[in-house]
Ligand binder design. Structure first.
Ligand SMILES: C[S@@+](CC[C@H](N)C(=O)[O-])C[C@H]1O[C@@H](n2cnc3c(N)ncnc32)[C@H](O)[C@@H]1O
Length: 627
């Protein structure tokens, strides 16, 4: 039977873990209190590490903990499910047994991580390493012989990890050992027990998975995210704890004896990948409340994080705190850098309220009008055609399964298609590479023209949509303009690639990949035969009485004039006659001009007009509906 403090042992305070949140638990708690989340809710600690957060909340909430490292799984299991740990079946007290002076065997740890025999590694003294091997093998033996329950098995495993951390000859992490013996490391190891509480709300669940692989399935109310924030891999920094927890005699490599397997790297520590993952996690979680811890010196910027939280969360609920936080102290340099920790909270929107935005800053783009357009769409339809698709702000937001994108400008169509065809991380790397290669900066005309010329005259003569996207980003007002020989001819502009654009690109690309979209580059009349009573056609044509650079006829594509307008109106009339539904975006008046053609057509056919921005003095957007 274990007591609260064993005869030889002290109670272990949890080892110092990179990014451990012990010091900001009260701040997290204050965030939660402000939103009044009922007791008994399910709290998902998705990057649980040493489980300090889950452990703190376990009397109030049911906890789900997860970490992709196995030693963390052992910790979490022990700290969250120790209520029934009493070692009744064992005829010894493990905390007495494992503190005997005469225990020790030569095993994997002694042979590889202590100066035993020819080994040069100095993680543990030989005596302590032998003790670790003995204890670890004994725990396994007890489990095999069913002398201990699973909960007891993890409790002993976590206690061993805790005990080890007091005698490891390291400067905080296991990525390297010290070249000289630290006095702590040559003292005999004491087997201490980790915190043992009987007060937990209920049985807690612990996973050992990559969060991105389970996020779709985890039912929870609160999602707490505390991802790694540097390029340092936890699997490298804590390789030895992983090996002791698994005790699987892995193939090891290098001076430090790290595990060889490559399945243990985390994309949360990789620039470009982490941004893609955050988008996925926040969009997919079933939690209503999302709390995120991050560091001011982390890979993702505050702007990026906020853009993601605003896309999927209710903006009015978004809260943010910057907390002074001490970086772990480096034993060698004795440095203690102060840095700051961010804490964000947001309440998630319902899926229907999420608005995706095109990464093309397209002229006349409808991103701001999406909720309005959605409110006015027909109750039922089976096929959606975004017939003047442009930047695809509208089509990307429909919940319809069958979506058709069309734009007469095949370059724009190729661009949009590219976001679905090219892996988003590859696209991200490509953009950075080209920016560097051409030295693209705001207003840097020379570099821009060189890139533009390479796009227009490629060798072999196949133009790359990825390069076109880079040019669009750095071009004047991010316009997509071509000359009559279909060469991209927009001059350099004042913008470039930033975190906000990147967030749009990532969320848009993911959404594009999740939908099945058919791409076309045709005149609108091409769709005549594809329209039936289950079809809903959204039309956002060039506006006859306003000037967009794409409808002056000088851009390599047909212009827009009265003839075109008439052709469109009779096409819409045909849709109506076939029982299909349409929504036409336009303006009826603009700067003293009136679209009489459209006005009369609406009147004649008795179509419905809904105004978007009645109060706007500049541009009064309307939609015309036949339903
Ligand atoms: C900042 S630490 C968490 C610290 C923890 N809150 C604590 O107080 O101890 C980040 C954790 O994320 C884990 N991790 C990294 N990539 C992961 C992934 N893809 N899925 C789940 N966990 C991951 C690391 O193993 C590490 O334990």
């Amino acid at each position: 039977m274990i007591q609260s403090s064993s005869s030889n042992g002290e109670i272990g305070d949890v080892m110092r873990y990179l990014g451990n949140k012990d010091s900001i638990l009260n701040e997290i708690n204050a965030f939660i209190k402000e939103v009044n989340i009922p007791e008994g809710s399910v709290f998902f600690d998705a990057f649980s590490g040493t489980s300090s957060v889950g452990s703190f909340f376990k009397e109030k909430y049911q906890i789900i903990a997860n970490d992709y490292l196995y030693f963390s799984f052992v910790y979490s299991h022990a700290k969250l499910n120790s209520a029934n740990v009493d070692f009744k079946k064992l005829n010894v007290d493990p905390f007495i047994e494992f503190n005997r002076d005469d225990i020790g065997i030569v095993g994997f740890i002694t042979e590889n991580y202590s100066p035993y025999n020819q080994c040069k590694r100095m993680y543990f003294s030989v005596e302590n390493a032998k003790k670790i091997d003995y204890i670890r093998s004994k725990i396994e033996e007890w489990k095999r012989e069913q002398m201990i329950s699973d909960d007891e098995y993890f409790f002993l495993g976590a206690s061993l990890l805790e005990s080890i951390s007091k005698v490891a000859n390291i400067a905080g992490v296991y990525g390297a050992y010290l070249k000289k013996w630290d006095p702590r490391a040559i003292k005999p190891m004491t087997f201490i027990q980790i915190e043992h509480t009987r007060s937990q709300k209920c049985r807690n669940v612990v996973y050992n998975k990559k969060l991105e692989d389970i996020i779709d399935d985890v039912e929870c109310d609160i999602l707490y995210l505390d991802p790694p924030y540097t390029k340092n891999q936890y699997s490298v920094q804590y390789h030895l704890l992983e090996t002791i927890a698994k005790y699987d005699s892995p193939r090891i490599k290098g001076i430090t004896g790290a595990r060889e397997s490559i399945d243990s790297t985390s994309d949360w520590s990789r620039e470009g990948k982490v941004e893609i993952l955050l988008d996925k996690i926040v969009s997919k979680t079933k939690a209503k409340h999302i709390i995120l811890s991050y560091s001011t010196s982390g890979i993702m910027s505050k702007e990026y994080i906020e853009s993601v939280l605003k896309r999927y969360g209710k903006e009015e609920t978004l809260r943010f705190k910057k907390i002074p936080y001490k970086k772990y102290r480096n034993h060698q340099t004795k440095d203690e850098d102060e840095h700051f920790e961010y804490l964000f909270y947001v309440e998630k929107k319902s899926e229907d309220d999420v608005v995706y935005t095109s990464p093309l800053n397209y002229m006349g783009g409808k991103s701001k009008m999406i909720p309005f357009l959605k409110r006015n769409e027909p109750k039922e339809y089976k096929k959606f055609i975004d017939i003047f698709g442009g930047g695809f702000n509208v089509g990307i937001n429909t919940s319809c399964k069958h979506v058709v994108y069309n734009d007469i400008n095949f370059r724009v169509k190729q661009l949009i298609e590219m976001f679905g065809n090219v892996d988003t991380f590859d696209l991200y790397k490509y953009i950075l590479k080209e920016i560097k290669r051409y030295n693209l900066t705001k207003n840097n005309k020379e570099s821009y023209l060189k890139a533009r010329s390479d796009y227009n005259h490629p060798e072999p003569p196949l133009r790359d949509s990825k390069l076109l996207y880079v040019l669009v980003l750095f071009g004047f007002q991010q316009q997509i303009r071509f000359n009559s020989s279909l060469e991209f001819n927009n001059p350099v502009g004042e913008s470039g690639f930033n975190d906000k654009i990147m967030e749009k690109m990532i969320s848009f690309s993911r959404r594009l990949n999740e939908k099945s979209i058919i791409f076309h580059s045709n005149d609108f009349e091409f769709f005549r035969d594809q329209i039936d009573s289950d079809t809903f056609v959204y039309c956002d044509p060039p506006y006859l009485i306003t000037l967009g650079s794409y409808n002056d006829g000088k851009r390599g594509f047909n212009g827009w004039n009265e003839k075109e307008e008439k052709r469109l109106l009779s096409f819409l009339k045909e849709i109506d006659e076939k029982g299909g539904k349409f929504m036409l975006s336009n303006v009826l008046t603009h700067k003293g001009r009136e679209n009489t053609l459209l006005l009369e057509w609406i009147k004649k056919n008795n179509f419905r007009v809904v105004e978007f921005n009645k109060e706007s003095k500049i541009r009064k957007e309307i939609i015309v509906l036949n339903y």
